[in-house]
Design a protein around this ligand. Structure first.
Ligand SMILES: C[S@@+](CC[C@H](N)C(=O)[O-])C[C@H]1O[C@@H](n2cnc3c(N)ncnc32)[C@H](O)[C@@H]1O
Length: 309
């Protein structure tokens, strides 16, 4: 299967991110290089794109997609939490722009063997990086009932989390769950029929929760955004595309905090921390109605940006 993924907020991302054709840009979630390729086309032979992804399939697809561009290109398999080490290894200190398009690609979602999909049967995997041992099957078969309840509630915002956790635990006593199809069947049993009729697929929220846990998606986010801003040159830009309210809230609050600078308690009349704003012009873009019509997966996307002071 080819690497199919439609880049979201593409025009908005290019316009926001690319301010200097000779600049150095880091794409921390390169995927199939939809955004990276479009960025590269705006750069001169002096410009540079560094692309990171932790998924081996993405690295292969991006390498191919970036062939023939005239700027400098580096494609590196890594978790973006280590982007600082990647820049150090390339002897790069400050960069012009840093970009994140969070979550999974359509390719990952639609490839049944990767186990991300509640629509197709596959192994309970959900790892973006297959070098990692910890996968969805481990969570589903080993987490305590209370841990599952909390996880599905917090990361899935699923009101039936307690029942889903109960049903998973009952089912795995009979036989460990090994496929996405088995997990979907248990979730459907756990959610009362009346509640299942309206709204999205009944397994959507639980799958999102397990995926976030497998890939540790939220815990690293605030620190990575802060570190990213630290590596920007003055007037450099950060852009982060988020897909659900949990990650969006983290990015929004982190950028706001960096724009405020001062961390003194509000009751202090004079600042004593001495911290100054790290960013200015914190902004956000949503997809147009036309994009949502053409690509329903873009519906919940937001591009959040800020400029380094
Ligand atoms: C939404 S896709 C990016 C699509 C890409 N912008 C495009 O237009 O083709 C997100 C990608 O980020 C990768 N990814 C997510 N979290 C990551 C992390 N912590 N470190 C490295 N890559 C990550 C995923 O493997 C996936 O390929």
């Amino acid at each position: 299967m080819g690497f199919v993924h439609k880049s979201v907020l593409l025009a908005e991302s290019i316009n926001w991110m690319i301010t200097d054709p000779d600049g150095i840009y880091l794409d921390c979630t390169m995927g199939g290089a939809g955004h990276s390729r479009a960025f590269a086309e705006r750069l001169s032979p002096k410009g540079r794109i560094i692309g990171i992804d932790q998924d081996a399939d993405a690295i292969a697809a991006a390498t191919e997609k970036l062939q023939g561009v005239k700027c400098n290109v580096d494609v590196i398999r890594s978790n973006f939490k280590d982007f600082g080490t990647v820049l150090d290894s390339l002897n790069i200190d400050k960069i012009t722009g840093i970009f994140f398009d969070l979550g999974v690609s359509s390719y990952q979602l639609d490839t049944a063997e990767r186990g991300f999909s509640y629509m197709q049967d596959g192994p309970l995997d959900m790892r973006m990086d297959n070098r990692q041992k910890f996968d969805a099957a481990y969570i589903v078969n080993h987490y305590k009932e209370e841990e599952l309840t909390e996880l599905i509630y917090n990361y899935g915002e699923e009101r039936w989390s307690k029942r889903i956790a109960q049903f998973i635990v009952a089912e795995r006593k009979v036989k460990p769950l090994t496929t996405t199809g088995e997990l979907v069947a248990v979730i459907k049993k756990a959610i009362p029929k009346g509640a299942r009729q309206a709204g999205p697929h009944p397994a959507k929220r639980t799958f999102q929760a397990i995926r976030i846990e497998v890939n540790n998606e939220l815990n690293i986010l605030a620190d990575v955004v802060t570190e990213a801003v630290g590596r920007l040159s003055p007037e450099g830009r950060i852009g982060v595309i988020t897909f659900h309210s949990l990650e969006d809230r983290i990015v929004k609050q982190t950028l706001k905090k960096l724009a405020r600078g001062c961390t003194c308690p509000p009751q202090l009349v004079i600042c004593v921390c001495g911290k100054t704003p790290q960013v200015k012009r914190v902004t956000a873009f949503a997809p147009t109605d036309e994009e949502v019509r053409e690509n329903p997966r873009s519906r919940s996307a937001r591009l959040r940006g800020a400029i380094k002071t």
